[in-house]
Design a protein around this ligand. Structure first.
Ligand code: NAP
Length: 351
């Protein structure tokens, strides 16, 4: 059996996912594509998915009889309408982050999915499928360091584009930490403060860079997250969790150790896409596998998309106010209490 996928948005990540579905993963076929830029959609179909039909818009693609599942990779403001239309048609939907650009929009999706009665939506928070984060999760579940007390994480990029603004440090960058950390800690966020250290000379005038985000969870864990998007030296993701019995850290990306010209060391990744390439494969395979087995979607849920949106809103408010802001979430509906993906299954795939 094959899951026939229609892809909405054939830009950078849409093309990556199409290649993945067509060339790397099993059980899937791209049968339809669309993009507001129809020339691009035709070019991408012609290059990576020759048998795919190019549709004029998301509605026509979603309605197509040979589309079982929809992959939304258009720009953020278009996501909500496509996801809601997919749910209305009873189709599985993989949606790149953000699920919607507002918390209210995410809640509309949460409600639509609950009304449908079965989990069909997976949000593209791929870090939950990264082998390093899965090892951290397993270590916490096995209580190797006891109760977590403090988390220190780092999200550094070589440089940012001119269009990157101060709030995007939260909505585009920290959003991945926001998702993965509450999942890792099995905890909920409660308060946030944002501090602006001395600004780097490499940031454009409109951008505050670096930033320090201090999140406190309901269990009292303090998270210190550094966002530094003009760090110059590379793409660097770090996460260290200090517990009552020890400390665990995200493993470094394996790289050749080079000794030359009086120096010893490893290269640092420059391209963010390479850091989570395997995780993108595994998250999408999980989505396809759920479809093949006709099981409820088991990856990051619409509720997780909502949690990320509410938390990001509070972080942006804290950027603007300079004060501590509350993060208030309603109780998670039982509908979203599905089993976490089995860790061993995903780790085996990434070897
Ligand atoms: P991109 O290169 O700009 O591609 C988006 C494409 O969607 C563009 O061709 C755009 O056309 C098209 N589009 C916009 N609105 C549309 C609509 N209503 N229907 C169909 N197509 C539409 O952006 P990207 O980097 O691929 O990012 C796409 C999404 O993935 C974003 O939400 C982004 O946040 C997310 N993303 C996630 C990750 C991750 O790590 N999980 C990484 C990268 C991106 P125009 O250019 O003509 O507007």
């Amino acid at each position: 059996m094959t899951v026939r996928v229609g892809v909405i948005g054939t830009g950078a990540i849409g093309q990556d996912h199409i290649r993945r579905l067509e060339c790397k993963l099993s059980g899937a076929k791209v049968t339809a594509v669309t993009d507001v830029n129809q020339d691009l959609a035709r070019k991408v179909a012609n290059t990576y998915a020759k048998q795919a039909t190019v549709y004029a818009n998301d509605r026509e693609l979603i309605a197509a009889r040979d589309v079982d599942a929809v992959l939304v990779a258009s720009w953020g403001p278009a996501h909500e309408a496509s996801v809601l239309a997919g749910l209305e048609a009873g189709k599985r939907v993989f949606c790149e982050k953000p699920l919607a650009t507002t918390a209210d929009g995410c809640m509309r999706i949460v409600e639509a999915e609950m009304a449908h009665g079965k989990r069909l939506v997976q949000v593209g928070f791929m870090r939950r499928f990264d082998s390093g984060y899965l090892q951290l999760k397993q270590a916490l579940e096995q209580e190797l360091v006891g109760e977590p007390l403090m988390v220190r994480c780092v999200h550094r990029n070589v440089e940012s584009a001119e269009s990157y603004t101060t709030d995007m440090a939260i909505t585009d960058t920290l959003i991945h930490e926001i998702d993965v950390l509450h999942w890792l800690l099995n905890d909920e966020y409660q308060h946030v403060r944002v501090l602006y250290p001395k600004k780097t000379k490499h940031a454009l005038p409109h951008l505050q860079d670096p930033q320090l985000v201090l999140l406190e969870t309901k269990k009292g864990v303090i998270i210190q997250a550094e966002i530094f998007v003009n760090c110059k030296y590379g793409y660097d993701i770090q996460c260290e969790i200090a517990g009552e019995e020890g400390v665990i850290s995200l493993p470094d990306v394996p790289a050749v150790r080079l000794c030359s010209n009086g120096r010893k060391g490893t290269e640092v990744l420059q391209d963010w896409k390479k850091r989570f390439e395997a995780a993108y494969d595994v998250e999408l395979q999980a989505f396809i596998d759920d479809g093949l087995k006709d099981e409820p979607a088991s990856g990051p849920s619409a509720w997780d998309g909502y949690v990320a949106a509410v938390t990001a809103d509070a972080c942006v408010k804290a950027q603007e106010s300079g004060r501590e802001e509350s993060i208030e979430l309603p109780k998670k509906p039982a509908f979203f209490n599905t089993q976490q993906p089995r860790l061993s299954k995903y780790r085996r795939r990434q070897r």
